[in-house]
Structure formats: structure tokens, C-alpha cells
Design a protein around this ligand. Structure first.
Ligand code: PMV
Length: 353
């Protein structure tokens, strides 16, 4: 008997221009375009295996070994339904294909890092889910096409279907058919930029991105300014910086956009705080590091960015990573630095210090 099973893995991505706000909550259509870097190391990945079998009673999913309910009409159900429907279309066109689109699927997904801690686990999770189902059904679709589906699981997931530097174009259409991810440049175009992840706290975040975004859309005047007057120009400028491998411009825009995203959270009613004292101390350290670098060489040496959590991601040219890790270990003595260039340090113990 043929076994219909496939495994796929997807990495997390960390945005330089942040997605924050939905104009359509069901289809997950954003209020602005965004741009991220897909981290291409072995840690920070989701790996998902999908299996279709006529003997299964229903679709089921396990996340890190524990079963998660697939709610009818929910995001998981939507992604599974969309991929099955692409398979069905193929089966209708080609009678020789086995009719597996009607079989229930069992899906098992593992993250090799803390789930829902502001480390973009939903991004890699939904990207791996859609990629594994696409492999199971042998869909001849490109990553942008699949990104339309992953987007409906978690917005930022659409960007994890590509490596390198990736833009999610917000699109204009009401049906979402033009709201997908495209690659701005592959990783090989600019391999010198590395990311250092500083895990300040790996516990589940207080305000989920879904409820946070909704509150911001409903209450923040600053968000409206950001959408209309800030992001479109930043998207152009950062794409140009990436194409020209201009780290200075890339770093400035990345830090400005992180700052504005957290300002928008503060402008929300009631306000949302994702960063803590350790996060802010790391910002101060990078600002000072850059101030000295500017005075000495006229160039920035690092850029910080923070998502919906307290953990810092520092982008920097490879040659500076060692120095940055040493600085962080010096000022946050409890931090454990890993030697990997995409290092993780756990600052759990320094929280509140
Ligand atoms: O895709 P979500 O719902 O997890 O939202 C992600 C939002 C940010 O991580 C804060 C920004 C981004 O563009 O990834």
C-alpha cells in the first residue's frame, strides 16, 4: 500500500519593517507591507510531517507532541482546506492522480525553540505546515502561491516560505489574491549580515499579536500615520539598501521601524508593552556601540529590532558579531552566549536586574 506522507521544515523570519495591523482579520490582510530576513540556521526552525490516510477519522494536529484542536473555520482548518482544494483541482484535471485530497490528514509539528515567546514560532510553524502539505499533495506551486495560504495561518508566516530578504506586499484587492510574499534578494546576495538572537525571556508573551493588533487598529492615531506616511517610503528605502548591500541604511531603517512599532504599541489603548528593562538596556548598549563606531569609522556596526516580545535580534556584519557577543556577556554577566554566529543567549536570569 502506498504511504502518502511528507516532511518539510521552515525557519523563522525577523522583520525589519514590521507588520502590525489587519485590514481583514479573516483573510489576514495587513494594513501595511513588511520586510524581513529569514534566519537560515538550524536552530529556530519548525519541522512538520503530514500524512494522508483513508483510515484516519478526521484531520488532527500535534504541536511539540501535544494535540492541538483544529477548530472549524479557524486558521489551521483554513490552511488545510486551501491546500486540499489545490490538490482537488489537480485531481480533477488529471484522472491518473491518486484521489488523496479527500483523505483526512494527521500533522505533527515540532519547534526546536520556545513557542510563542516573540520568536516568530507561528511564522515558521504555518510555513512548515503549508510546505509539508504542499509536498504531500505534490503541488507544483511556487512559494508566492503557497505564501497566500500560509498568510491565512499567521500573517508573518507568508515570509518564511522564502529564504533571504523577503517582502510581504500588502496588496489592494479585497479577496487577498495580491497579498503575498516575494523575495527581494536571496541570502547569498548579502551573506555578510548575521543575526544575533538575545533571548531575554522565553516565556509565552502577555498580549498575543492578534489581540494586540486589533486593539492598535481600533485605537492608535499613530498607526494611521505610520500606514499612510511612513511604511511605503521605508519599504522602498530598505529594499534599495539590501540591493546595494548598504548596511548603514539597512541598520538605520531597521532600528527606526522597531522603535515606531513599539511606539505604536504604546499609543494603543490600553497600552501594550512588549519590551522590558533588559530589552531597553540592550538598545542603550547598541546605541552606544554605534555612537563610538560612527565617531571612529563613520559607519554603524549593528542594528537592533524587537518583535512582540522582549527578545532582541541584532543584525550586524559578521566581523562584528564576536565583539557584540563579548559586549553583551560583559554587561549581562548571566547571559550564556553560544559560539554560533546566529547565537542565542539566555538572559532569563538577568531579567529585572
Ligand atoms: O504573524 P503574527 O500574527 O505572529 O504577527 C507578527 C507581528 C510581528 O512579529 C511583531 C512583526 C512582523 O512583521 O513579523
Amino acid at each position: 500500500m502506498t504511504v502518502y506522507q511528507a516532511t518539510a521544515s521552515a525557519p523563522v523570519n525577523i522583520a525589519c519593517i514590521k507588520y502590525w495591523g489587519k485590514r481583514d482579520t479573516k483573510l489576514i490582510l495587513p494594513t501595511n507591507s513588511s520586510l524581513s530576513v529569514t534566519l537560515d540556521q538550524d536552530h529556530l526552525r519548525s519541522t512538520t510531517t503530514s500524512r494522508a490516510d483513508p483510515s484516519f477519522e478526521k484531520d488532527r494536529l500535534w504541536l511539540n507532541g501535544e494535540e492541538d484542536e483544529i477548530k472549524e473555520g479557524g486558521r489551521l482548518a483554513t490552511c488545510i482546506k486551501e491546500v486540499k482544494s489545490l490538490r482537488r483541482q489537480l485531481e480533477e484535471k488529471d484522472a491518473s492522480l491518486p484521489k488523496i485530497s479527500g483523505y483526512p490528514v494527521h500533522i505533527s509539528s515540532h519547534n526546536n525553540f520556545p513557542t510563542a515567546a516573540g520568536l516568530a514560532s507561528s511564522a515558521s510553524g504555518f510555513a512548515a505546515l503549508v510546505a509539508s502539505l504542499a509536498a504531500l499533495y505534490q503541488l507544483p506551486t511556487d512559494a508566492s502561491r503557497l505564501s497566500l495560504i500560509a498568510r491565512q495561518g499567521s500573517g508573518s508566516a507568508c515570509r518564511s516560505l522564502f529564504g533571504g530578504f523577503v517582502a510581504w506586499q500588502m496588496g489592494e484587492k479585497a479577496d487577498g489574491s495580491d497579498s503575498y510574499a516575494v523575495q527581494v534578494a536571496p541570502r547569498e546576495h548579502w551573506p555578510d549580515v548575521h543575526a544575533l538572537i538575545c533571548v531575554v525571556n522565553d516565556e509565552k508573551k502577555g498580549t498575543s499579536s492578534t489581540s494586540g493588533m486589533q486593539r492598535t487598529v481600533e485605537t492608535s492615531a499613530l498607526l494611521q500615520h505610520r500606514i499612510a506616511h511612513v511604511v511605503p517610503e521605508r519599504m522602498r528605502a530598505i529594499s534599495d539598501a539590501i540591493k546595494a548591500r548598504d548596511f548603514d541604511a539597512f541598520a538605520r531603517i531597521t532600528m527606526q521601524d522597531s522603535n515606531q512599532f513599539h511606539a505604536v504599541c504604546l499609543d494603543t489603548d490600553p497600552p501594550i508593552f512588549y519590551m522590558n528593562d533588559v530589552s531597553r538596556a540592550i538598545i542603550a548598549l547598541i546605541v552606544e556601540y554605534n555612537r563610538v563606531a560612527l565617531a571612529n569609522s563613520g559607519k554603524l556596526k549593528a542594528a537592533y529590532t524587537y518583535d512582540a516580545g522582549p527578545n532582541a535580534v541584532i543584525y550586524a556584519p559578521k566581523e562584528n558579531i564576536k565583539e557584540i557577543v563579548e559586549l553583551i556577556v560583559k554587561y549581562f554577566p548571566q547571559a550564556q552566549a553560544f559560539k554560533d554566529p546566529f547565537a542565542l543567549f539566555s538572559g532569563k536570569d538577568v531579567q529585572g536586574k
